[in-house]
Design a protein around this ligand. Structure first.
Ligand SMILES: [Zn+2]
Length: 424
C-alpha cells in the first residue's frame, strides 16, 4: 500500500540518508558510511519521514495528498539536521576581554585568577534575571538553528548554587517549549567548585548530591547529569560519586573528561555507564581501548581547542581506528568555543583532527543522536524518524569542511517545517 505524503523533497543531487543497518553507533570504517543516494527524494507526512531513497523508489511508494507540497532541491546535498550534543547555550554574556588576552598568550589559569573564566560566566548569570536570560539564550539557540542544528543539548553550570542552577534549567525547559528545535537538558551543577566553597569542597559536593540532584529530578528539569572532571575542578573520584548519585536518581550520565590532563575520567565514564565522555583531548591509549569496548560515545569538541587557541586536539584518528564511537559537537560557550556552527566544527575536525568529511558528518548527525539517546528519532533520514533535514548550498558533501567559515547551510527543516530565522 502506498503511504500518503504531504511534503516531497525531490532532485536531491546527493541525499545523505545516514541510514543504519544495525541501529548501533558507527565505529571504525563504518563511520564513513553516509548512506549516500544519488538523485534521491524524501517524502514526509505530518512531520515524519514516510519515504526516503532514490527518486524512483520514493515516487512509486507514496501517494501525495491533495495539499502536498513539493520542494525542488536543485541537485543540492540534502542531509539530516545536525545534532549538537554538547553546548552551554544558556549563558548571559560573551567574554570578549578574555579572548583578547588568550590570543596574546595569557594562560587560562591567570585569567581565572583574575576572576575570569567560568567564574565570570557564573557571576553574569547570577546577575541576570530569568526573563532576560531566556531572551538572550533564545537568540543564541536561534543562531544554532540558522547553522543547521535541529537537536541541541544545553547544560546548566553557570549557576553553581541551587537557585541559579534551577533558574538556568527552567530557562532551558522554556527554550524546549518555544523552540522548534529539540532541546535536551543537562544538569551541570558540578561545572566548578564555587569560590565560596574553595576550602570546604565536600560541603558543595554534598549539596550537589543531597539537595540539588533530588530537586532537579523532582522538578523534571534535566535528563542528564554532567561533571567537569579535571585537575583543580572535581577529582575523578569526586566526579564518580556525583555521577553515580545522579544516575541512581534517574538521570543519565555524561562527563567532561580528560580535557586538559589525563585524569582517568574517560575510563571512569565507562565504569559508571555514562552515555558519553566529552573532550578527551588528553585521553591515553588504554582509555581509548576501554571506550572502544564500551557503549560510551566519545564526544569531540574541535572548537574548544581552536578557540582557546591551542594546538592540542583529541586523537580522533586513533580513536576511530581503534573503534571508539565518536561524535562531534560545538561546546558552544562564552569561553573557549563561542561558535554555534556545526559546519565549522566539521571543518576543524577534518583539518586538525584528521577525520574525513564523511566521518565528521556522521559524527555530527548519526552518532551524535546516540550521545543524546535520541537515535530512534533523529540523526538520520529513515522512515519513521523526524523530518529534520538540511538542503545545503552545495552539490558535494565534501564542500562542508572544505569551504570553512562560509554559508553552507541553505535551508533548514524541522519536523517538515521550514525554519526561516526570526520570521519562522
Ligand atoms: Zn562543555
Amino acid at each position: 500500500m502506498k503511504r500518503e505524503a504531504d511534503l516531497v523533497v525531490k532532485n536531491c543531487g546527493q541525499l545523505l540518508t545516514l541510514r543504519s543497518t544495525d541501529r548501533t553507533p558507527r565505529r571504525g570504517s563504518a563511520l564513513a558510511d553516509l548512506g549516500l543516494v544519488e538523485n534521491g527524494a524524501v517524502a514526509i507526512r505530518k512531520g515524519r519521514i514516510v519515504g526516503v531513497g532514490s527518486a524512483s523508489s520514493v515516487e512509486s511508494s507514496i501517494q501525495p495528498v491533495a495539499t502536498c507540497r513539493e520542494i525542488d532541491a536543485g541537485r543540492a546535498v540534502v542531509m539530516p539536521g545536525f545534532v549538537d550534543c554538547h553546548t552551554h547555550t544558556c549563558f548571559a554574556r560573551y567574554r570578549l576581554d578574555e579572548y583578547e588576552k588568550r590570543v596574546r598568550g595569557v594562560p587560562y589559569s591567570e585569567i581565572a585568577r583574575a576572576g575570569g573564566g567560568i567564574a565570570k560566566s557564573v557571576a553574569d548569570v547570577k546577575e541576570m534575571d530569568e526573563e532576560t536570560l531566556l531572551e538572550v539564550s533564545e537568540k543564541r539557540l536561534k543562531g544554532c538553528l540558522d547553522h543547521g542544528s535541529t537537536t541541541v543539548e544545553i547544560k546548566s553550570g553557570y549557576g553553581l548554587d541551587l537557585d541559579n542552577e534551577l533558574k538556568q534549567l527552567r530557562v532551558i525547559k522554556r527554550l524546549a517549549e518555544v523552540s522548534p528545535a529539540q532541546v535536551v537538558s543537562t544538569f551541570l551543577g558540578a561545572h566548578a567548585v564555587p569560590g565560596e566553597f574553595r576550602d570546604r569542597r565536600e560541603a558543595y559536593i554534598s549539596q550537589l548530591i543531597h539537595e540539588m540532584i533530588p530537586l532537579v529530578v523532582d522538578q523534571g528539569l534535566a535528563e542528564f547529569v554532567d561533571v567537569f572532571s579535571e585537575i583543580g575542578v572535581f577529582t575523578t573520584r569526586e566526579a564518580e560519586r556525583i555521577l553515580r548519585a545522579g544516575i541512581s536518581a534517574g538521570l543519565k550520565g555524561r562527563v567532561h573528561a580528560d580535557e586538559l590532563n589525563d585524569t582517568g575520567s574517560a575510563e571512569m565514564a565507562v565504569r559508571v555507564g555514562a552515555v558519553s565522555a566529552d573532550h578527551l583531548t588528553k585521553i591515553n591509549t588504554r582509555a581509548i581501548t576501554r571506550m572502544a569496548d564500551s557503549n560510551v560515545i566519545g564526544v569531540l569538541l574541535p572548537g574548544t581547542s581552536f578557540g582557546l587557541p591551542s594546538l592540542d586536539f583529541a586523537p580522533a584518528r586513533d580513536m576511530v581506528e581503534r573503534g571508539v564511537a565518536i561524535a562531534i559537537a560545538t561546546d558552544f560557550n562564552p569561553g573557549s568555543s563561542p561558535s554555534e556552527s556545526m559546519p565549522m566544527m566539521i571543518s576543524i575536525a577534518c583539518s586538525h583532527m584528521g577525520l574525513s568529511a564523511a566521518e565528521a558528518i556522521a559524527g555530527a548527525t548519526y552518532n551524535a543522536a546516540f550521545a543524546l539517546c535520541r537515535a530512534e528519532e533523529v540523526g538520520s533520514l529513515e522512515v519513521g524518524k523526524h523530518a529534520d533535514f538540511l538542503i545545503l548550498d552545495c552539490e558535494d558533501y565534501r564542500e562542508v569542511p572544505y569551504r570553512f567559515g562560509t554559508r553552507i547551510v541553505g535551508r533548514v527543516f524541522i519536523g517538515g517545517n521550514e525554519w526561516k530565522g526570526d520570521s519562522s
